[in-house]
Design a protein around this ligand. Sequence first.
Ligand SMILES: Cc1cc2nc3c(=O)[nH]c(=O)nc-3n(C[C@H](O)[C@H](O)[C@H](O)COP(=O)(O)OP(=O)(O)OC[C@H]3O[C@@H](n4cnc5c(N)ncnc54)[C@H](O)[C@@H]3O)c2cc1C
Length: 506
Amino acid sequence: MNKEEIFKKLVDICGKENVSIDDADLIATGDLVAKGLEAFFKDVSFKAGFLVTPRNKDDIVEIVKLANEHKIPLIPRAGNTSLAGQVLPVYENTIIIDIGRHMNKIIKINYEEEYCVVEPGVEFLKLQEVLAKKGYFFPAEPGSGFACMIGGMVGNNASGATSFRFGTTRDYTRGLQIVLASGKVIQTGHHRTGNEKSVAGLDLTSLFVGSEGTLGIITEITLKIQKLPKSEISLAISFKDIDDCFEAIEEIKDMELDLALLEYIDEMTIDGMNKNFKYQLKEGIIDKKMKIPKRAGTILMKIIGPHAREELEVVKNTMTTGKHAESPPKILIFDIPLDQETLWNARHNAGPGIVRSLPAPEQPRMFIPAILDIAVPPKRIADFLKMSKEMSKSYGFIPITFGHVMDGNVHLISAQFVTDENLAKVKEFQARLIDHVYSLGGTITAEHGVGLWKQQFLEKEFGKETIEVMQMIKKTFDPNNIMNPGKMALGDIPAIARIEGMEEKR
Ligand SMILES: Cc1cc2nc3c(=O)[nH]c(=O)nc-3n(C[C@H](O)[C@H](O)[C@H](O)COP(=O)(O)OP(=O)(O)OC[C@H]3O[C@@H](n4cnc5c(N)ncnc54)[C@H](O)[C@@H]3O)c2cc1C
């Protein structure tokens, strides 16, 4: 089928206003990772063939049937914030199915039985706003909560800094409605009901959560919701010495506080957050100056629950007496809701803030996306963070590190100028670091997913036989390989997703 014929069929299905072949819609400019990839693959533009905005499930069924019959690649897309190239098209004539434009309704919320049913294009923030009015929330919050949608969160099994306490998107997904590659519609789990517990049959819901659009297209989602914590207090505790900071983290862990968040951030991340505070002040979002002292290591934390205030006093007391008495850390307390919101907005947007706080570059800068969200066993996180920072510096890069210390998830960004020499160094650095992560029993991705970017590492993480089982599952659901092909190591890895030189160096 040629491009013109596909276009005509798509228009017949969705209407002219819901099909685009304009370059502006087809080139993946929104994906931050496309920028990172440009440095590695200079001639690649990641251009789709078509962008469709289906009105409902029936449109999707017809699009999928068309694609399956003619073996046309499909990529379901929600908020387009993925960081591993999940929504980048790699094959000709790919149809991007953008579900955010029309399929964005909250179908029902049952507060009594604590669940809601939503379409995949519902924005995370919108859902939180509606739930908060009745004192509820959907707790699996990623750093991109300001821009992502529930369909994409399910697609990536999104989670964040509070996951050690509240769990990931998978933990809240009770059931799904899915259009399979054949065009058949199935329901998994206990979709549209308040059922809490079941061991009936294979757990297809869990399989689809985190499948990155490679197995089917999700058209409805049932999510567990829960009551908002009664009270919350946030703190920033800044240390002159990085070792003192990590020791204090261990002390805090032992205090058995009701914590929703415990995070280490470095000086560069503080720069980024302080830039964001300034921005929020300038834009009139806040009306008072805020700043976190720039020191070697800072702990960000959030205490929740009915005893939050007493627990705050315990933390303050411990951090200013005994061995801390001589050189106590600086403690900032954010207890009114607006201050807390300001703090966490600044933290979630630390990435763009950091970019703005770096000295103006003489040449384009690149970051290394493949190691953005590695994780190691939590007990190893302090050593790993220090080691990776030193290793990054030894290559002449600017390391930026922050980590969710309770679950071992390290965010490591290394910035450097785009030059051929640096490109070679980046590949070596990345390969060495990933080997180290695996030697500790860690993972290449704890949050952002595999997508295009990280697939070549999966075999090393799980072994060939396990990858073959994943590929068999993919074949069962999608025999013609139309669902987000070329991702997650579920078939042949496309040439553009191979970072040549990586294998030999490992
Ligand atoms: C600044 C920043 C911070 C981030 N922080 C985090 C973080 O803390 N934790 C985290 O987990 N991630 C994080 N991310 C990555 C990403 O934003 C999240 O995983 C997010 O949930 C993706 O949602 P989205 O709506 O943008 O989905 P998209 O990027 O549009 O899609 C995500 C995946 O889901 C699939 N998909 C979308 N819709 C459907 C559907 N209807 N059916 C089947 N599959 C579908 C897509 O094909 C894709 O594979 C961050 C990204 C940025 C830019």
